[in-house]
Design a protein around this ligand. Structure first.
Ligand code: AHR
Length: 517
């Protein structure tokens, strides 16, 4: 068996490396090399009380003329159900460390009006609280991921939130939940303990935070048999010291996961991040390069985690990622509203391929943010709603959820800009429970079609079909006047050339998703 595999490698992978020069690329997939399952939670999302994500996003004015369940907007719910949204993180973000959950339960007109100090000093009327969020998750068919307040709250408040949500017996907080219309406990498992505790969540040192984490996590009881998955606040980008300190100080048994936040910008300057649709090749290249840095980050953070957790019990949870541009001119700059281009779809697709690759450690992730904030899936304008190019990527990638990762080798050229370069192509492959193989491929080169020999090592296949997302320019986007400019379409440039080989012609700037059986 081993000899057969070596011969196959010599026959296919080595020549592939020489073919790869010029316009031709070679992708080999090894369906017989067993790897880990890609957790569906990698495909998670995020909804913060920020700008128009919750209010005037998911949760609308009772008079808005759209289909609603209560005040929850149903067109958004349907769109997210269509991509099999696995989990939704809430209520922040920075907002989470100001949020007092007790303000958001009970009769809506008795709930206090507070100031959302982090995000534009707007009045937060608390009309969308815990029960409304749980209803949203129920409509979406996804798991809730709650972010607990460490900076301005106490372990007592946290314990009581868990009791309100999860206790089935006859206690004060369980009674409050029942009075609010929810007899049965919600059974929430995912809890993040603090958000960006190194920054907006309290400006803590990793030593201090680790102690706080240990204190708080002990009060997230597994009420009524519901097992809590406790997630610590991890580092900001390449702050390896934060990761190292937390992993050293917090026993593995106290952690289900530890988070990582990393945002892509189109420049090297956070005060001028670049515009969402008006950008040139310099910014296109810079944002792609910055986005691909995720691969190095995950590799290095995983290596640190391996020292303290060699059995990989602790998940790396990338619970904020995506491209962050300058806000749209004319909008409230604290609302972080930005358009979403073909470039952003390529970033999402490449990042998801990277997450799949690291799925032995990365078992959850949340794009920031689902509706009307940062790299959104959905944008709304009163009654109108549109799906962004990024939305279509999640739709095309949904078959990777809970599928088995397959060993993939890519031999391709580079995309050069000035003196710099990035690999022009990235790929991920998985096998679903029904035996079908799904391959997602990204061509980042704006100037070149890539013809790829896709080789399935050791097995033949009968059929191959696919979808493509592409556009003439990286800055193309869907507007409320032209909402279908960048949408996924049937892909026809695939030709089966042998029992186990297909030739795939990827247009410049494209994401291709293939189904093989
Ligand atoms: O997603 C927007 C903000 O970015 C979040 O509130 C915060 O956690 C991060 O800095």
């Amino acid at each position: 068996m081993k000899i057969k595999k070596t011969i196959l490698t010599i026959l296919f992978i080595l020549p592939a490396l020489t073919f790869a020069q010029g316009n031709k690329a070679v992708v080999t997939i090894q369906p017989d090399v067993r790897q880990q399952t890609i957790s569906r939670h990698i495909y998670g999302h995020f909804a913060e009380h920020l700008g128009r994500c919750i209010y005037d996003g998911f949760w609308v004015d009772p008079n808005l003329d759209v289909a609603k369940d209560g005040r929850i907007r149903i067109d958004i719910v349907k769109a997210l159900r269509d991509i099999n949204i696995p989990n939704l993180r809430w209520p922040g973000g920075c907002f989470a460390d100001e949020y007092q959950w007790k303000d958001g339960i009970g009769e809506p007109d008795k709930r206090p009006r507070i100031v959302n100090s982090k995000w534009g000093e707007v009045v937060e009327d608390n009309s969308f609280g815990t029960d409304e969020f749980m209803k949203l998750c129920n409509l979406l068919g996804c798991e809730p991921y709650l972010s607990a307040n460490v900076a301005t709250s106490t372990p007592k408040d946290f314990r009581e939130w868990v009791e309100y949500l999860n206790y089935s017996g006859d206690s004060y907080w369980a009674e409050q939940r029942k009075k609010n219309g929810h007899e049965k406990p919600y059974g929430v498992s995912f809890f993040g303990i603090g958000n960006e505790s190194w920054g907006c969540g309290g400006n803590m040192t990793p030593e201090f935070y680790s102690d706080e984490y240990k204190r708080f996590q002990g009060f997230a009881y597994n009420y009524s048999g519901n097992k809590i998955k406790r997630i610590a606040c991890g580092p900001n980008g390449d702050d390896y010291n934060w990761m190292e300190t937390c992993m050293k100080k917090i026993p593995v048994k106290m952690l289900w996961g530890i988070s990582l936040h990393y945002y892509t910008i189109a420049t090297d300057n956070w005060s001028k991040k670049g515009a969402s649709t008006q950008f040139d090749e310099e910014e296109y290249f810079r944002s792609i390069k910055n986005a691909l840095f995720m691969d190095e980050l995950l590799g290095k953070h995983s290596a640190i985690m391996d020292i303290y957790d060699p059995k990989k019990k602790v998940a790396l949870v990338v619970d904020e990622w995506g491209i962050w541009t300058d806000p749209e001119p004319g909008t409230n700059p604290r609302f972080l509203y930005q358009q979403n281009s073909m470039r952003d779809a390529l970033i999402a697709a490449s990042t998801l391929n990277i997450f799949n690759k690291h799925s032995d450690r990365v078992r959850m992730a949340n794009l920031a943010q689902s509706v009307n904030v940062l790299q959104s899936l959905v944008l709304t304008d009163n009654e109108k709603m549109l799906l962004t190019p990024t939305y279509y990527v999640f739709k095309m990638y949904k078959n990777h959820q809970d599928a088995e990762l397959l060993q993939t080798n890519v031999a391709s050229d580079i995309y050069e800009y000035g003196m710099e370069s990035v690999p022009e192509m990235n790929v991920s492959a998985s096998r679903s429970k029904n035996g079908k193989i799904h391959v997602t491929m990204v061509n980042l080169n704006p100037k070149k079609e890539i013809s790829t020999d896709l080789i399935m090592l050791g097995i033949g296949f009968k059929q191959i079909k696919g979808e493509v997302l592409t556009s003439d320019s990286y800055s193309d986007y869907n507007s409320f006047d032209n909402a279908d400019k960048v949408v996924a379409k049937q892909f026809n440039s695939i030709k089966k050339s042998d029992d186990n080989i297909a030739v795939v012609k990827m247009p410049p700037l494209s994401v291709v998703a293939l189904e093989i059986f």
